[in-house]
Design a protein around this ligand. Structure first.
Ligand code: F3S
Length: 284
């Protein structure tokens, strides 16, 4: 039988588990009010459609709120900007906040940096919903978003102010440390807060350990899950036979034909059941 190692850290992180439980609780306690999530509650189509079957509808960002019957809106773990919260309230929606506490911490930090007059740098992807949410808590609206030292250099920032640096929670831990160190070495006065969540860091480190020892590596995650994509990149650096799948159905067993050692990891929005199904398929 093939040796299959599943990462202990694979699957729902604390914030995603909490958000999913909050939705389940709202369904259970449901009065006659409609229940919505602001955007899909997690990056997993299967979980989202199960909730939809229980009457939970998704409010997409571009939907005009005037056309939607007010009800309970659950804010997902990525968080949203202050203006979104205010807009929802102004349209009569009741907010149930499932923003991950680690993300809430970044919202507070950028507000503090802004109040102190720091120049704010967010390390991450500017189009990711978490980063869009963070940006929306900077009162002045002044910030820079980068992910490489080249992008930092291109900004040509003067050295007249302290630079306050935070990171998207799912950014690569080593790359963040490296980037901060490079900025420091350029002579900038910085206040850097490593806001990468420990779940991501642990998941990434475990992915490195397992992929270094495996002949093939399987990363399970939703198509639009950024933390799953990052896991895929990390595993690919150590194991050329790395495959990104959403469910067991995407796994082509022929690629594992002559392979004895397979490693599995999964992004933060992957339910346990899907991981177990993939594990079982690999073993057999
Ligand atoms: Fe929160 Fe970290 Fe998960 S920030 S949503 S516990 S990946």
């Amino acid at each position: 039988m093939r040796n299959v190692v599943v990462a202990d850290s694979a699957g729902f992180c604390f914030g995603v588990k909490r958000a999913v439980e909050i939705v389940e609780k709202q369904i259970e306690e449901s009065s006659n009010q409609p229940i919505y999530t602001y955007g899909p509650i997690i990056h997993n189509e299967i979980v989202v459609s199960e909730f939809e079957a229980n009457g939970v509808r998704v409010i997409e960002e571009d939907m005009p709120l005037n056309d939607i019957e007010p009800g309970i809106v659950i804010i997902r773990s990525h968080g949203v900007s202050r203006s979104v919260v205010e807009d929802l309230k102004a349209h009569g929606f009741e907010i149930v906040d499932a923003t991950c506490p680690f993300v809430l911490k970044i919202h507070k930090l950028v507000q503090e940096f802004d109040e102190k007059g720091y120049r704010i740098i967010i390390v991450g992807n500017p189009s990711h919903p978490e980063v869009c949410g963070i940006i929306g808590w900077i009162p002045s609206g002044q910030y820079y978003c980068i992910s490489t030292v080249e992008e930092f250099d291109a900004l040509n920032l003067p050295k007249d102010k302290i630079i306050g640096i935070v990171s998207q929670t799912t950014f690569n831990y080593d790359k963040f440390q490296e980037l901060v160190e490079m900025i420091r070495q350029k002579g900038y006065d910085i206040c850097a807060k490593n806001t990468i969540c420990s779940a991501t860091e642990e998941r990434q480190k475990e992915a490195v350990r397992i992929s270094q020892k495996s002949e093939a590596m399987i990363v399970i995650g939703g198509k639009s899950s950024s933390n799953s994509r990052k896991l895929f990149e990390i595993c690919q650096e150590n194991c050329k036979n790395t495959y990104f799948i959403q469910t067991k159905d995407d796994l082509d067993l022929s690629v594992l034909q002559s392979i004895d050692d397979v490693g599995i990891t999964a992004g933060a929005s992957t339910p346990k059941k899907i991981i177990e199904e993939v594990q079982e398929k690999c073993q057999n």
